[in-house]
Design a protein around this ligand. Structure first.
Ligand SMILES: *Cc1c(COP(=O)(O)O)cnc(C)c1O
Length: 427
């Protein structure tokens, strides 16, 4: 399937039925699998053979869909998780143990920030946050002897900053550690971070990959490019025997292309159990089959909304990398060839009161804590996600009281623009 172009992979990669088998990805809704002998099953437990024995570790439906996502990102192996948060955590914890340090972009999803800065800190894993706009010197200065991973987000939710993937990959590799990139917003249709040097790519599939707002999920993709054994002292979990798996050394037994995902499945999925249901993997696959058709429409609608808003007197500022005046426009032209994503944020000059009025007048665009869905939706952070903050605390968090985030769906552009126009008139 890797010979085919991206749209064909969206439709068909990951599952090829044999003679007489179901044409659609089958939902293997079974927690367990039957074997002829204990010895046959034992070989699976020894990781000597691959196969299924318990859905907490692996399930065929999930694996078909993970294989499709690996094909889309140009990776060699992938796994699904029950949420994007689980994907972020497992991808980092697979290589960072107590005492490790992470260098992360400060412009990342709030849930990822909290996970890294607060929860993983309690596990003895420290982090240094750097601005995505930092210089190479500032970036290099954030590393220390214990640094085991670099983390960033291609297009950050909700700040809409664009990561200079090559700059971050170069610094990571100079320090002998991998770059992990959250590619949720552009999806592999608009950016494939592995082509720019990222080693591991993760997703909240809850967003555009599902695209219909039906299933929370995540994915982890390994490029197979990072040489763990060349930096064995930093990655004991991959490069020394795992006593919980009969002394298997993942990097030696499974090589560059198999070590990361095999360890993450056999060890972390076994212990944390954050596996999606096969039914949810099936829904995700339905979304993936039209991802290449939907993404350009999300981008077209967002570009039109950004241009419309940018021309309005009542709008102070519009954040969208597709606008020529945007500070990330150059990076967007380099990394986001199909355009960025369908999310735009903007600030009304009338502040909090104007934003509340505007939101109340929308008819088609619904008020929701969600993005990247077929239906357009919007959020006023100051009166929802950031409600507990006063105006000066909001300013410190980089959220203006009049800031509105809108996720442009797949509706017709003229109806969306008319809704924005009508609501602006009421301000
Ligand atoms: C939503 C989101 C997450 C978290 O994913 P869940 O599926 O909600 O757990 C992580 N990263 C980004 C960029 C997101 O937008």
């Amino acid at each position: 399937m890797s010979d085919y172009s991206i749209g064909t992979r969206c439709v068909q990669a990951g599952y090829t039925p044999k003679n007489g088998e179901p044409r659609q990805v089958p939902i293997i809704q079974s927690t367990t699998f039957r074997y002829d002998s204990s010895e046959a099953m034992g070989r699976l437990f020894d990781l000597k053979e691959s196969g299924y024995f318990y859905t907490r570790l692996q399930n065929p439906t999930n694996d078909f869909v993970a294989a499709k996502i690996a094909a889309l990102e140009g990776g060699c192996a992938a796994m699904l998780t029950s949420s994007g948060q689980a994907a972020t955590f497992l991808s980092l914890f697979n290589i960072c143990e107590c005492g490790a340090h992470i260098v992360a972009s400060s412009s990342i999803y709030g849930g990822s920030f909290n996970l890294i800065a607060v929860t993983m800190k309690k596990m003895g894993i420290r982090a240094s946050f750097v601005s995505p706009d930092c210089t190479e010197e500032e970036l290099n200065a954030a590393f220390c002897e214990d640094t085991c991973a670099v983390f960033g987000e291609t297009v950050a939710n909700p700040a809409l900053t664009v990561l200079d993937i090559e700059k971050f990959a170069k610094a990571a590799h100079a320090h002998g550690v991998p770059l992990i990139v959250d590619n949720t917003f552009p999806t592999p249709i608009n950016c494939r971070p592995i082509e720019w040097g990222a080693d591991i790519v993760i997703h909240s599939t809850t967003k555009y990959m599902d695209g219909h707002g039906v299933a929370v999920g995540g994915a982890i993709v390994d490029s197979g490019n990072f040489d763990w054994l060349a930096h064995a002292d930093k990655f004991p979990g991959l490069c020394t025997p795992d006593e919980s798996y009969h002394g298997t050394c993942y990097a030696e037994s499974f090589g560059k292309e198999g070590a990361f995902i095999t360890k993450c499945t056999a060890q972390l999925m076994r212990d944390f159990g954050c596996i999606p249901s096969p039914q949810n993997a099936f829904y995700l696959n339905l979304g993936l089959e039209s991802l290449h058709v939907r993404m350009p429409r999300h981008v077209e609608n967002a570009q039109a909304a950004a241009e419309f808003l940018d021309a309005q007197d009542k709008v102070l500022k519009v954040n969208y990398p597709g606008l020529p005046g945007n500070r990330y426009h150059g990076l967007a032209e380099k990394y986001l060839r199909g355009g960025g994503c369908g999310v735009v944020s903007f600030e009304l000059s009338g502040g909090r009161e104007a934003a509340e009025r505007f939101m109340g007048k929308l008819k088609l665009i619904a008020i929701e804590t969600h993005v990247a869905d077929a239906r357009s939706c919007c959020l006023h952070p100051a009166s929802s996600t950031h409600r507990q903050l006063n105006d000066s605390q909001l300013a410190a968090a980089g959220v203006a009281p009049g800031l509105i985030r809108v996720s442009l769906g797949l509706e017709d552009r003229e109806d969306l623009l008319a809704d924005l126009k009508h609501a602006l008139e009421a301000v």
